[in-house]
Design a binder for this molecule. Structure first.
Ligand code: FMN
Length: 184
């Protein structure tokens, strides 16, 4: 089983990327997680460029999503919303709407911010966008507020309550994968 993890932050020391690395540690050994590192290469969406073949970074993302059983997105909050580059990448993936790689794909959204609220507004907006695209958005969340206090100097998530919530989100996400639904 494969989970594609997408961080909405481009910076090297991103707390959201660290949150995804913590998720990788929590996943059962039968689940492989790929941390997608192509966000910066995705060009600005232009409907005139949305033709076959797609720009390489877009084609790679669409393919990675299509091959994954589930998607885990960690989003920062920029000015109370989703970072533009993440929204832009989702706009690309959303087309064509009826057959997009995200349609019916199980997706969980988590987020971290340096402020008190852990990117809750951005997470809410991201869930709305994913719902509009037709993804199966998992009803579970982790909002990591005051992020610098939740990770140690090696970048490991050390806050027990956050680790527990993250584990619950992953359980909820894996329960929505086709293999889990067939077994249930
Ligand atoms: C352009 C910009 C806008 C921001 N707006 C918000 C905001 O609305 N709410 C918030 O809690 N943090 C905001 N922040 C602070 C981010 O939470 C903080 O930079 C966080 O570390 C970003 O996530 P990252 O560590 O994954 O890069 C903003 C940061 C930037 C650069």
């Amino acid at each position: 089983m494969k989970v594609l993890a997408v961080s909405g932050s481009l910076r090297r020391d991103s707390y959201n990327t660290k949150l995804l690395r913590a998720a990788e540690e929590l996943l059962p050994s039968v689940v492989e997680m790929e941390l997608w590192d192509g966000l910066k290469a995705v060009p600005p969406y232009d409907e005139e460029d949305d033709v076959r073949p797609a720009p390489p970074a877009v084609a790679a993302l669409r393919e990675a999503i299509a091959e994954a059983d589930a998607i885990l997105i960690a989003t920062p909050e920029y000015n109370s919303s989703v970072p533009g580059q993440l929204k832009n990448a989702l706009d690309w993936v959303s087309r064509p709407l009826a057959t997009s790689a995200l349609r019916n794909k199980p997706v969980a959204v988590v987020g971290a911010s340096t402020g008190a609220f852990g990117a809750v507004w951005a997470q809410g907006e991201l869930r709305k966008v994913l719902g509009a695209i037709g993804a199966r958005v998992v009803d579970a969340d982790v909002a990591v507020g005051h992020a610098p206090t939740k990770f140690d100097e090696d970048g490991d998530l050390v806050d027990e309550a956050t680790l527990e919530q993250l584990g619950e989100v992953l359980d909820a996400l894996l329960a929505e994968t086709p293999a889990a639904l067939v077994a249930a």
